[in-house]
Design a protein around this ligand. Structure first.
Ligand code: UDP
Length: 240
């Protein structure tokens, strides 16, 4: 029997998580460390799928604000997530993992097209799956892509890595007395107007009852500890 509390999880990393000490793009040291953590979690018995954002390269909304057509900007943003996914695939494979990138946009010269049943099969066969290009649609974010794919593959938990170690009652950078919630229900997130993820993504999690954990990926070993059931960050789930 696996000593893990979760069998199948989806880990959402922002594009910025790959930047490390750089101002833009990908820091090889950082992506290597993240890949190592994912491999350790998988070796412990978890099926791990990943979604990586694209904010370290492009964000459609930012490009639109600078005058670019929003849909074109979002398409560029989605392609940026494919670049990050390919980098992660390489980092995982360099460390002995087996990985497959599956894209919501069809670019099957560089990666597989997203096919749900195939993604599940990859996971069952011990492959790490990286879902790229978000939902494949403009006006969405990779948080929505992560929630959608997590539900589709029947993940037990959506792990959202951030720079902050959970959800606080007020901005911990501005308020010294901010307190972190250990657990929240979906309704509490809404009534307290807490910023957990964008509204579309959050609605998907809530409507499907998908538990969501917000945590800081900065501490080495944190992913495995989470999968063993340690109470790190903030867990959003349940009613009330
Ligand atoms: N994007 C999109 N549809 C999606 C997912 C992403 O159009 O389903 C585009 C959008 O422009 C977004 C960019 O890709 O700004 C990068 O994704 P995101 O901002 O979610 O990345 P993160 O903030 O997680 O790095």
């Amino acid at each position: 029997m696996s000593p893990l509390a979760y069998r199948r999880v989806l880990l959402k990393l922002s594009g910025e998580a790959l930047m490390g000490d750089e101002d833009y793009g990908i820091d090889p040291k950082m992506i290597g460390r993240l890949a190592q953590e994912v491999i350790e979690a998988q070796q412990a018995g978890a099926e791990v799928a990943l979604v990586i954002g694209g904010g370290n390269i492009f964000r459609g909304a930012g490009l639109a604000a600078a005058g670019m057509d929003r849909v074109t900007g979002d398409q560029m943003g989605m392609l940026a997530t494919v670049i990050n996914a390919l980098a992660m695939q390489d980092a995982l494979e360099k460390r002995g993992g087996k990985a497959r990138v599956m894209s919501a946009l069809k670019i099957n010269d560089v990666c597989e097209d997203y096919i749900r049943r195939r993604a599940i099969r990859h996971l069952e066969k011990g492959r790490l799956v990286i879902f790229a290009a978000g939902t494949g649609n403009p006006f969405f974010t990779t948080d929505s892509g992560a929630a959608l794919r997590a539900i589709e593959i029947g993940a037990d938990l959506l792990l959202k890595a951030t720079k902050v170690d959970g959800v606080y009652d007020k901005d911990p950078k501005k308020h010294a007395d901010a307190t972190r919630y250990e657990t929240l229900t979906y309704d509490q997130v809404i009534t307290r107007d807490l910023q957990v993820m964008d509204t579309a993504a959050f609605a998907l999690c809530r409507d499907s009852g998908l538990p969501l954990r917000i945590f800081d990926m900065g501490q080495p070993g944190v992913l495995l500890r989470l999968l063993k059931g340690e109470n790190i960050g903030t867990l959003v789930s349940g009613r009330g």
